[in-house]
Design a binder for this molecule. Sequence first.
Ligand SMILES: O=C(O)CCC(=O)C(=O)O
Ligand SMILES: [Fe+2]
Length: 268
Amino acid sequence: MMKEANFQFENANNKKEIIDSLAKYGIAVIHNYVDKTRLEKLRDESMDLLGIKTKDRLEIDECALQRMALSDFNAKKYPTMSSLTNDEIFEYVTKDFFHPYSNQLENIYIHRDVNKMAFNSVWHIDPVITVKFYVYLNDVDKTNGAFKYNLGSHREGYYRLMYKRHIGDTHPTFGIPENEILNAINVEAKAGSMLIFNPIGTHSAGKIEKGKERSVIRYHYTTIPPKSKFKRLTYKLWRTKFNPVRYQGSRDEYFNIKHKSQDYHVKE
Ligand SMILES: O=C(O)CCC(=O)C(=O)O
Ligand SMILES: [Fe+2]
């Protein structure tokens, strides 16, 4: 365990350190980011939205998950949820994370898990490149679903993901065996705390004891890939030294080099 790892912050003032933490550890935690007034509103709007039966709403026992594409999200009806993303930190982090490519807020997720964790409670990496902003709506500790992250695993995660892409494995979530997890941390934090994380690093939702619950809201940002009509044709040249794929890449490759493992050619 990297005990000295500094991925936790008391406020969002030191933005550069926050992005450096995201690059180094795959996660940055800003404690008590959302103040009480905003938190109350965020909670009310989330619970209201969570109650609506949309086509993307999932429900298991008392747990419910609402997943919205930004195009389905009514920003006027949910002003606090929507305006949170106007905070400086969102643009600062996403700009840096995807540099030099453009990015978009693609999805918003809200979920409330009661008595158990219904989703995402095994160690896994997500199958796409995103950066997520994730707010605890109640106080969270190890007994009610503290988020778990394997520090630093996003660097190899990127290469895992590219390997999966290149062998054509498009499974929705890639599980990682427990015995490969070397630097696990639990994010215990108060309501209003914000986690910013890179989900190609190995992570998991924590377990929830009976009688307890956890509510969260998550904003998922993705890149917007440059378009190329020749992409499919030229893919065939992938293993040759003319390798056009190297330059075209895929959507998964379009984010800042500093969030990937940086190797170089060793001279011997
Ligand atoms: O609910 C959680 O704490 C885990 C969520 C998760 O796996 C994700 O956002 O990719
Ligand atoms: Fe995930």
